[in-house]
Design a binder for this molecule. Sequence first.
Ligand SMILES: C[S@@+](CC[C@H](N)C(=O)[O-])C[C@H]1O[C@@H](n2cnc3c(N)ncnc32)[C@H](O)[C@@H]1O
Length: 295
Amino acid sequence: MSQLHLPGLSPLPAEHVVNVASVKHRSPFRYPGGKTWLVPRVYRWLDSLPHRPEFFVEPFAGGAIIGLTVAAEHLADHVVLVEMDDQVAAVWETIINRGEGLRLAKQIEDFKLTAENVDRFLRRDNLTPQEYALQTIVRNRVNRGGILAEGAGKLKFGENGRGIRSRWYPATLRKRIIAIDAIRDRLSFIHGDGLEVMRQYIGNNDAVFFIDPPYTASEKKPGSRLYTHWQIDHAELFRLVGRLAGDFLMTYDNVPEVRALADQHGFDSEAVAMKTTHHAQLTELLIGHDLNWLR
Ligand SMILES: C[S@@+](CC[C@H](N)C(=O)[O-])C[C@H]1O[C@@H](n2cnc3c(N)ncnc32)[C@H](O)[C@@H]1O
């Protein structure tokens, strides 16, 4: 039985669409492909494990909603986040590795978000790491869909006609950053290659892995316009996952290429309902050794 003692977890059938408003948002990012909708299912996965894992490794962290939730709710002793993108890494390095989150939060609150200021600030280069983190947060909030990759457009008409300000909630961002700062000792951030870090934990049966790579295994490659780093050797990722001593949960788009890779490695998979930003109901594929906890 689980030792996590998560209160009252009822079954969550695959067709159930999670209401993301009921999930605590802990990330300062609005992240394309963000997994807020998966949080209730991650509780069930971790609750199904024989004990609290020592390490929770998230090799494709992005906005890191899952890893932050696991650390905040102490569902693993330690959470290791890995991300290759320089902009995203600047934020995590500032908050987690350098402990400068409170200063960043203050700078967010003080930033005067006008179209002119945004244009000027986003054009700046030669920034200090701290300034780069602030620039990333601003870019993430004013770009359509939170997309940080080159070529992403800025918001024009947002909620209530507030345009670029429609996703700018400085007081909320400040609270989230302060909350992350408070659990910093349970978090590590590595700016690098997630596959490399997975190899470092490969034989550790007290490490579990939440793996959410860019969705680029199919012809369509929906992830390729969302991230600067979208090229992944998916076959190698599956091979590596097959060699992990610890348990894992992987998410992908529900496409034949990915289902074939999962079958080839003898993994269990299940399509679950999620919501897109356009509120159309789509399914994503969850992959693991044994997903009976989901059913
Ligand atoms: C689907 S997103 C992760 C979203 C995240 N689960 C969330 O909820 O915000 C995939 C991420 O992997 C990152 N990435 C791509 N290749 C990588 C690599 N080799 N190592 C680490 N991160 C990588 C991308 O920059 C992107 O942020």
